[in-house]
Design a protein around this ligand. Structure first.
Ligand SMILES: Cc1cc2nc3c(=O)[nH]c(=O)nc-3n(C[C@H](O)[C@H](O)[C@H](O)COP(=O)(O)OP(=O)(O)OC[C@H]3O[C@@H](n4cnc5c(N)ncnc54)[C@H](O)[C@@H]3O)c2cc1C
Length: 420
């Protein structure tokens, strides 16, 4: 049963990403056309199928995320399938034009958006919208809020692409696909962004935890969210007497679940909204969606090596708070300066009390740390499961450093404290 659930988590997204586009391609396979024209049509349908999968993977539903191996994994595949879809959709008009290469004028007419044909116009518009939505994902300087609006162009691009098919006279099975795509987009907007899936909570305490960090305690006002220690939730804080909420959901790891299903969250000021959250006060209403993720396996049999970058320590604190460790565990905790390091006294106390837990706390200053001397030698890492949590740059550097010590990817698990 456990093995079947693990296989489902592992293979469901790759299978979906192959089966949906392949199903479309088989259904639409054109008989008796020139091979290049047939390839042009097939690439269009492959792109369409991949886009539908990409849309599904942006839903923020805890149960769906659990089946598909977690929200972080869904987002990685959302990006990969979105990019692959775009490349297929770009090939689609190029191959259709290439089919007419013997007459450059006809080839250009196939491609040109100036032929004043609505099907061609809508096809190009769909592609441009998709490109706009995709490109913004790779420009890290764009503010998250602005990026989200620009990323919504992708959704418009999908709908415009489907209108392109209807204008071409292909309404079977385009209308059902259009309905599914619109349904997924609406579902995400209403349940995820507007918060219909959220549970009501209230802030009962907000106390300083370290420099630029507070610990917020939330009490449920109805049925609590289904969360286990180490998972993260999406939280939107409302307005208080002196606090003004940002009006958007942000991911935070639950560091403790106390009596009456109270959730403890550590919030570090890493940007505009989290800086504003430092002023949260008791009585502020909150909405919570989740829980998601939980990338550390508390029941695994192997020794564990944990690495935390800054506030990325929260999933590990959650596991230590949840109960005694079952296996030898070493935590390498990297932080800029000691005043900044949340939970450091608690971690030191646990290390002093629990022989299974070793803490290696390192003040890195503002520069990028040299990971070489900080990681255990290859011999000590062999047979261990490695869990990494922190900013994406640190996680990427750690993955390379561990690979250089012979740790294979299947023993490295990570959670980036950022998603777009
Ligand atoms: C799985 C996960 C768990 C996290 N757990 C914690 C935690 O326990 N404690 C903690 O202090 N921080 C945690 N973070 C980080 C925290 O969510 C970000 O610091 C916060 O969202 C930044 O918002 P901002 O507006 O202050 O910063 P900005 O400068 O606007 O954003 C900085 C980056 O944070 C990400 N981000 C911003 N807004 C959102 C949003 N609404 N939804 C998703 N990502 C967003 C974007 O990648 C952005 O580039 C976690 C992040 C993730 C992904």
């Amino acid at each position: 049963m456990v093995a079947a659930a693990a296989a489902l988590r592992r293979w469901s997204i790759p299978l979906l990403s192959c089966a949906v586009p392949a199903g479309f391609a088989v259904w639409a396979f054109p008989e008796g056309l020139a091979p290049v024209r047939a390839a042009g049509i097939i690439t269009g349908w492959l792109g369409c199928g991949l886009l539908l999968v990409s849309l599904l993977l942006m839903l923020r539903e805890p149960r769906l995320a659990a089946w598909l191996g977690g929200l972080e994994r869904m987002y990685r595949w959302h990006h990969a399938t979105g990019l692959a879809a775009y490349l297929f959709l770009l090939l689609h008009p190029l191959l259709l034009a290439a089919n007419n290469l013997s007459s450059p004028r006809v080839a250009w007419q196939t491609l040109s958006p100036f032929t004043e044909s609505w099907p061609v116009w809508s096809g190009w518009l769909g592609l441009l919208l998709l490109m706009g939505g995709l490109v913004t994902t790779f420009i890290r300087r764009i503010r998250y809020g602005t990026w989200r609006w620009l990323h919504a162009l992708l959704g418009l691009g999908v709908l415009t692409g489907l209108v392109h098919l209807i204008l071409l006279g292909i309404d079977e099975p385009v209308l059902p696909i259009l309905a599914v795509a619109a349904g997924i987009l609406g579902w995400r907007l209403i349940r995820g962004d507007l918060g219909l899936a959220a549970r009501p909570y209230v802030v009962t305490s907000a106390l300083p935890l370290a420099a630029r960090s507070i610990e917020v305690v939330l009490r449920p006002l109805g049925d609590p969210a289904m969360v286990t220690p180490g998972q993260f939730v999406l939280v939107e804080f409302g307005n208080g007497d002196r606090y003004r909420g940002c009006g958007e959901f942000h991911p935070f790891t639950v560091s403790t679940i106390a009596g009456q299903d109270e959730l403890h969250l550590a919030v570090k000021a890493l940007g505009d909204c989290t800086t504003r959250m430092q002023a949260i006060e008791p009585g502020v209403a909150a909405r919570v969606i989740g829980g998601f993720g939980g990338f550390v396996d508390p029941h695994g049999r192997a020794p564990q090596f944990w690495v935390a970058g800054g506030i990325g320590v929260t999933p590990f604190v959650a596991l230590l708070n949840a109960g005694p460790l079952l296996h030898p565990t070493r935590l390498l905790y990297l932080y800029h300066c000691e005043a900044d390091a949340a939970f450091l006294p608690e971690l030191r106390a646990t290390a002093a009390a629990d022989p299974k837990f070793t803490l290696h706390a390192v003040e890195t200053g503002d520069g990028v740390p040299d990971l070489g001397p900080l990681l255990p030698p290859a011999g000590e890492l062999s047979g261990a499961e490695c869990y990494l949590c922190g900013p994406p740059g640190l996680v990427a550097a750690l993955k390379s450093a561990l690979a250089a010590r012979g740790v294979t990817a299947q023993h490295v698990h990570y959670e980036n404290f950022e998603f777009r």
